[in-house]
Design a protein around this ligand. Structure first.
Ligand SMILES: [Zn+2]
Length: 430
């Protein structure tokens, strides 16, 4: 099945969704908010016009399938997300959903009389709530579906409105009661394979002239959204160094110690990245002439290894205890948030690699530094794989770019891999 002729349709979908979520700078599709809902509604109308079946699952994600397929039958899933960071790019997440929809539309048009029905149907899912930018928690839509959203998560507050995640999910029709009971809202045994196409979000593929790459694994992370360091706020001119309890120096000391550990771990070949993305003195009381008594900061470590994450986390705690003693400060941690690293299914990766070769596309295998919904499915025992499409100017910014020709190669490879799973479905181990 050739999908390259669907390029004008792909461009139209990207352009129209960009227009409806444009904020004057980039696109804003807030998790469980306006831009995300408008995108969901647009895609629903598009899919219905194409003769597809559209359903909303109990976590308010949108599910597309062929009308001829049994919606309850075991299926292959293609998924990604429709939310974005504030002033983000148009392709992060949306590319994967549009790729899946094009594969579905092509199947519908291929077999219009039978409704495209297959023994191993294809479903496409548009997740809500993947970006951590809005509630300080990532993969909310897929976590809710898999019974992995804790009651405490539902209390998280939206960054600008202050509304709780539970309220926002309920407002778009999610079954928040079942979600808070951590009920599994889907039978994972009926998901025979989970595939996700996503832009790379980093510079490697562009630098190496690779239009496509198959993802080998996804880094997990451990983070605190907000740690508060409490010292003693005093006049900056009168307190000598030995009597100070400076929260800013304490936080700086911590970050530099973590940098030393990080460098040593890298020298031993460990996979790790560490970031303190938010550091703030208290605006209500900070001043040039006042020793900071209160500094809050975020802390995040990512790695392909759970053991590395745990070991590094213990180092953080030990350094906090040591700095507290030496500098007379205290650290207060908020709730620890963890996303497990994920391994991709070798059989599915092979099918994607084979499809790249069959289409004569330059490609390689790369790890994913960013997290994706696919990691939740892989960790729930669903055979999962991801395909990266080269993109320019990074991601999570309004300058994010993607060549539509590269995207169409990705759609072709994704669709070919689905076809291969459908052909071999019953002979495969899963
Ligand atoms: Zn994404």
């Amino acid at each position: 099945m050739q999908l390259l002729s669907y390029q004008p349709l792909a461009e139209q979908l990207f352009d129209e969704i960009r227009a409806l979520s444009f904020d004057g700078v980039g696109v804003t599709r807030a998790s469980y908010g306006e831009g995300e809902s408008a995108t969901a509604e647009y895609l629903r109308a598009f899919a219905l016009a194409q003769g597809l079946r559209v359903q909303v699952d109990r976590a308010a994600n949108v599910v597309f399938s062929l009308p001829g397929d049994d919606p309850e039958a075991p299926a292959i899933w293609i998924g990604s997300h429709i939310d974005s960071v504030p002033q983000g790019g148009n392709f992060d997440g949306l590319a994967g959903v549009i790729a899946g929809l094009l594969a579905l539309v092509a199947r519908q048009r291929w077999h219009p009389t039978s409704g495209g029905g297959s023994a191993l149907p294809l479903k496409v899912i548009a997740f809500r709530g993947e970006e951590s930018a809005w509630f300080g928690k990532a993969y909310m839509g897929s976590s809710a579906l898999l019974g992995k959203l804790a009651p405490a998560d539902l209390q998280l507050k939206q960054r600008s409105t202050g509304q709780s995640l539970g309220e926002c999910m309920a407002a778009v029709g999610a079954d928040v009661q079942a979600i808070s009971l951590q009920e599994k809202l889907v039978d994972t045994r009926a998901i025979k394979a989970y595939l996700e196409l996503h832009i790379e979000q980093g510079p490697v593929m562009d630098a190496r002239d690779l239009p496509l790459a198959v993802v080998s694994g996804i880094r997990g992370n451990v983070r605190h959204n907000r740690i508060v360091c409490l010292g003693d706020a005093q006049h900056s001119g009168v307190v000598p160094r030995w009597l100070r309890h400076d929260a800013m120096f304490a936080v700086s000391d911590l970050i530099m110690r973590l940098d030393t550990h990080w460098r040593e771990l890298l020298e031993r070949g460990t996979d790790l990245v560490v970031t303190a993305g938010i550091v703030q003195t208290d605006e209500a009381e900070h001043s040039i002439s006042r020793i900071p008594g209160r500094v809050s900061f975020s802390l995040e470590a990512r790695s392909k290894s759970s053991d590395t994450l745990e070991a590094f986390y213990q180092l953080v705690q030990a350094e906090m205890a040591s700095i507290s003693r030496e500098r007379g400060v205290r650290f207060q941690n908020d709730r620890r948030l963890t996303s497990d690293p994920a391994t991709m299914d070798p059989g599915l990766c092979d099918m994607l690699l084979q499809a790249c070769r069959d289409n004569g596309i330059r490609h390689d295998t790369l790890p994913s530094g960013a997290g994706h919904d696919a990691s939740l499915f892989a960790n729930a025992g669903v055979p999962s794989a991801m395909l990266f499409v080269r993109n320019q100017n990074g991601s999570h910014n309004p300058h994010e770019a993607m060549d539509i020709d590269d995207f169409m190669l990705g759609v072709q490879v994704l669709s070919d891999a689905v076809q291969r799973v459908q052909d071999l479905g019953h002979a495969l181990a899963f």
